[in-house]
Ligand binder design. Structure first.
Ligand SMILES: Nc1ncnc2c1ncn2[C@@H]1O[C@H](COP(=O)(O)OP(=O)(O)OP(=O)(O)O)[C@@H](O)[C@H]1O
Ligand SMILES: [Mg+2]
Length: 482
């Protein structure tokens, strides 16, 4: 192979027929002396050879006449190679010098004497990132195991996106499994009830993290005390989740304070006071209907029980709390999320729970607009590492793409979806647009800090946990395709 031309960061490499069995996402190095250009293959195209049209027409005519070419000097194989040559399109990722990597070096090798060879992705990773401190294996890239550093995931914002059924949740399960195994803490908003099986091995017995997985079912075994929840959180819920008018919220605050002063703060007390107190009937109706849903959901109980504090302080060697939102009505679901987020923020700012990973799938379904910014700015500084999972990349606000540190991109073909991803600043949109449509089930293009800021293609490994939340099908024997 020889370098043909360079256009900004894109290299075109001339390759003869035998050299083109190369896959999208593979790495090649153009080596000269003690320096090497590290390139990632994103496409293979036909070479533009002068006279190719005439050659093709001659071939067609000969085929039609069933004639073979007279070739006394045996030059046909050379001509064959030339006209079958291809162009490998590759993106410049980094330059490796003897003393390390340089991302902004202007060095380019000689087109004639440089040697182009394949290079395993794991070796590229070693160059750009060094050896991971807390290695976790997540899968393989063209047969080579790929490990990422758990420390790089810590305090970073990760987006996992891809078309429906392409392996997004599976990859998050692998990450959570490994993180929790290494003693990290995490909380998942589980909208499909599919993370509940992470503590069970495939065969049904328990796995390595069995004791560290706690499934919290809101209104069943996950409840919060009215006093713990506090007036502010209930007022936020009234305002953001139930769109309560301001005058009703003010009235509620007045009643709460009155009951608290008299030591009568209970669910019955609150409802009774709203029923009895002297107030405008419209305000009373607005409050009564909403408080019935909030207080009657079974999520809030009398007293000062603090489930988040108890859960996260129940183990010292890591924990995964799965908040099962699958059986809740939309309003109750948003209320639970609002409480959990505020409780986590409060405890983290008081240092009373350890820093944690927060996984939210299709968060736009239950996280209000106001919380997005909060999660990625304020909560992040307190020690939350958010992982957002979605199959609608345009549902994630631009701010989040701009702040994101890592992206796990699964298959996408739709142009609008791919366009939304170009807001993510760690990768050029050409790579995304060429690579994403060809990704297979369970294969992801990973970009960002966790892979030393060079995009790599990884086939995510399997995990020894029960897979729940699989879509129920009528034709059970039909294999799923991407
Ligand atoms: N790397 C993998 N190895 C083995 N099985 C996998 C892998 N990735 C995905 N699968 C399987 O493929 C199916 C779909 O995966 P998954 O549920 O993770 O997709 P998804 O992208 O989260 O889909 P949805 O958008 O519907 O939530 C699951 O049954 C899962 O077990
Ligand atoms: Mg999923």
């Amino acid at each position: 192979m020889k370098i043909l031309r360079k256009n900004n960061g894109t290299f075109e490499i001339l390759a003869l027929p035998g050299d083109t069995e190369i896959e999208r996402g593979e790495y090649i190095a153009a080596v000269e002396g003690d320096k090497a250009l590290i390139l990632e293959v994103i496409d293979v195209e036909y070479a533009d050879i002068p006279g190719i049209l005439e050659d093709l027409l001659r071939e067609l005519t000969l085929q039609k006449a069933s004639m073979s070419l007279y070739d006394p000097h045996g030059v046909s194989s050379i001509t064959f190679s030339i006209r079958e040559s291809k162009i490998v399109v590759a993106k410049l990722r980094t330059v490796v010098w003897r003393d390390g990597v340089r991302f902004n070096s202007l060095w380019i090798p000689s087109r004639f004497s440089s040697k182009i060879q394949r290079i395993p992705t794991s070796e590229v990773l070693r160059h750009v990132r060094g050896e991971p401190q807390i290695p976790i294996e997540i899968g393989d890239s063209f047969g080579e195991p790929i490990t990422i550093d758990a420390a790089d995931l810590d305090n970073s914002l990760t987006i996992v996106t891809g078309r429906k059924g392409t392996g997004k949740s599976h990859s998050v399960k692998v990450l959570l499994y490994e993180l929790v195994r290494h003693g990290c803490y995490a909380l998942v908003f589980d909208i499909n009830g599919e993370y509940c099986g992470l503590g069970h091995a495939k065969e049904g017995e328990s796995n390595e993290i069995a004791e560290k997985v706690m499934v919290a079912r809101p209104c069943v075994d996950f409840k919060v005390g009215l006093e713990t929840m506090g007036m502010d959180v209930i007022m936020d819920i009234l305002e953001h989740v139930f769109a309560t008018p301001q005058n009703s919220i003010r009235e509620f605050a007045r009643l709460w304070e009155y009951l608290e002063r008299n030591g009568k703060l209970t669910i019955e007390g609150l409802l009774g006071e709203v029923r009895r107190a002297h107030m405008n009937e419209a305000v009373r109706d607005a409050l009564m209907s909403r408080l019935h849903v909030i207080l009657g959901s079974g999520f809030i109980v009398d007293g000062d029980y603090d489930p988040i504090f108890h859960l996260f302080n129940s183990r010292e060697d890591g924990l995964l709390v799965v908040v099962d939102l699958s059986r809740l009505r939309p309003m109750v679901r948003r209320m639970v999320v609002e409480y959990v987020l505020s409780a986590i923020t409060k405890h983290l700012s008081e240092n009373s729970i350890p820093p944690l990973f927060l996984v939210s799938e299709e968060a736009h379904l239950y996280v209000g607009e106001t919380y997005w910014e909060d999660i990625v700015t304020r909560m992040r500084h307190l020690g939350i590492s958010p992982i957002f999972v979605t199959n609608q990349p345009d549902s994630i606000p631009e701010l989040i793409y701009r702040q994101a540190d890592n992206l796990l991109l699964f298959n996408f073909v739709n142009e609008n979806d791919l366009e939304a991803l170009s807001k993510f600043s760690h990768v050029d949109s050409e790579t995304v647009k060429r690579v994403a449509p060809s990704l297979e089930l369970g294969q992801a293009l990973i970009v960002g800090n966790i892979v030393g800021n060079i995009p790599i293609l990884v086939k995510i490994k399997d995990v020894n946990a029960k897979v729940l939340g699989r879509t129920k099908r009528f034709f059970k024997s039909v294999e799923q395709k991407v």
